[in-house]
Every structure is written in structure tokens, then in C-alpha cells.
Ligand binder design. Structure first.
Ligand code: HEM
Ligand code: HEM
Length: 172
């Protein structure tokens, strides 16, 4: 049977998000570990690439809603299709909410985001004691994202090694 592919824009944005996430998550954790002189540098890239990821996710959601997606590969058990659908939609939700929480943290900390030190992003409120709470949720959601991505990669391996279907080819 002919492989049904995702839309080229969906493919491009999928891999762009994967690359961005591989930078943004380690940079997020690194902020707490590095010395003060390196912190500003790590923080700059975490915030700016994180906000870029947010914009790419919005574009991706638009593409997802406007284009056709291939259903599960033929023969996929219903439980696996349902798990994949949940995994995909939770990734969309988490990857849109997480940068918003990060952005709200910067506002509450009193350092509103200036994207790549060039474009100031409107800030809805000033310094606030809620900063620590928002940051804590930002941290928990980061772990949820790591878990969802690991589950996603288990799904890719399941299709590739156990079912030996064309799932990966549809996204490449
Ligand atoms: C998907 C995107 C993002 C992920 C997965 C992510 C993940 C993380 C992680 C894991 C931490 C470490 C938290 C801790 O150890 O307490 C962190 C810290 C932080 N993130 Fe993000 N982040 C993302 C996007 C953003 C964005 C877009 C912003 C702001 C515009 C942002 C602002 C911050 C701030 C201010 C901190 C605390 C820095 C500090 O400890 O001084 N994040 N992020
Ligand atoms: C690292 C971050 C990643 C994220 C956030 C992510 C997210 C997603 C999402 C949300 C979808 C659903 C697409 C849609 O319905 O619009 C998807 C599909 C897919 N992803 Fe990923 N992905 C990541 C990494 C990877 C990696 C590393 C691989 C391969 C090794 C991969 C392979 C695939 C495949 C094959 C599909 C299509 C599944 C199908 O419908 O058959 N992804 N991904």
C-alpha cells in the first residue's frame, strides 16, 4: 500500500519543534546549575528559543487543523491508536502552555521578555509574588513534556521494531 504522508509543512514544523525542544529543555535545567557569569547567556537562549518554540507551535497547530493527517497505519490496534492520539494532543497542549508559563514567570519576576534582545513582548502584569508558584508549575510541566516525548519515542520504536509499518516514513 502507498505510504500516506503528513503535509510537508507539518513535517518541517515537527522536526523544527523537536530540534528546538532538544535545546530549550537542557538550557532550562542548566540555568540553575551554571555560575552567575554564564547564567545570563543560558537564560537568554532559553527564553528566546523557548518563545520561538511557542510561535512555531502556534503555526503547527494551524497546519494541523487545516490539513489532512493520515490515520494510524493499517493494522494498528485500537488501543495504540488511542494512546498515540492522546500523546499527540497532550504534546500540543503542553508545548503551547509551557512557554506561556515561562513568559508569565519572566513578567512576575519583573524582567519582561525581550525576544532575542530585539523585540519587547507586551507584559500583562509587573513584578508579582506569584513568580515562584508559576515557575514551579513551569518546572513540573517540563517533566511532563519529557515523559510525553519519551512515550512518543517508545511509540515510534513500537511501530518500527514490532509492527514494522510505515509510521516513520509518513513524518520524513
Ligand atoms: C517548551 C518550552 C520550555 C520548556 C520545556 C522550559 C523548561 C524549563 C525548565 C526545565 C526550567 C528549569 C526550572 C527549574 O529548575 O526550576 C525552566 C526555567 C525557566 N524558564 Fe523555561 N521552558 C520553556 C520555555 C520558556 C519560555 C518561553 C520562557 C520565557 C519567555 C521561559 C522562562 C523560564 C524562566 C524565567 C525560568 C527560571 C530561570 C531561573 O531559574 O532563573 N521558559 N524552564
Ligand atoms: C522531541 C520532540 C518531539 C515532539 C514534541 C513530537 C511531537 C509529535 C506530534 C505532536 C505528532 C503528531 C503530529 C500531528 O498529528 O500533527 C508527532 C508525530 C510523529 N512523530 Fe514526533 N515528536 C518529537 C520527536 C520525534 C522523534 C525523535 C521521532 C522519530 C524518531 C518522531 C517521529 C514521529 C512520527 C513517525 C510521527 C507520525 C506518527 C504517525 O501518525 O504515524 N517524533 N510527533
Amino acid at each position: 500500500m502507498r505510504t500516506q504522508h503528513y503535509h510537508p509543512a507539518a513535517k518541517a514544523l515537527h522536526w523544527l519543534v523537536a530540534v528546538l525542544l532538544c535545546a530549550v529543555v537542557p538550557l532550562g535545567f542548566l540555568q540553575k546549575l551554571v555560575k552567575e557569569d554564564v547564567y545570563a547567556y543560558v537564560n537568554f537562549w532559553h527564553l528566546s528559543l523557548g518563545f520561538t518554540l511557542f510561535l512555531v507551535m502556534l503555526a503547527r497547530l494551524g497546519v494541523r487543523l487545516l490539513t489532512k493527517t493520515p490515520g494510524s497505519p493499517a493494522g494498528t490496534p485500537p488501543w495504540a491508536s488511542r494512546l498515540a492520539a492522546w500523546n499527540h494532543w497532550l504534546l500540543y497542549a503542553a508545548l503551547i502552555c509551557e512557554p506561556i508559563l515561562g513568559y508569565l514567570t519572566t513578567n512576575a519576576q519583573g524582567y519582561p521578555l525581550v525576544w532575542f534582545d530585539v523585540i519587547p513582548i507586551w507584559s500583562p502584569f509587573g513584578k508579582s509574588p506569584a513568580a515562584d508558584t508559576i515557575l514551579a508549575v513551569h518546572l513540573y510541566l517540563a517533566w511532563v513534556i519529557v515523559g510525553l516525548v519519551l512515550l512518543h519515542i517508545c511509540g515510534v520504536l513500537y511501530h518500527r521494531l514490532i509492527r514494522r509499518d510505515d509510521s516513520l516514513a509518513r513524518m520524513t
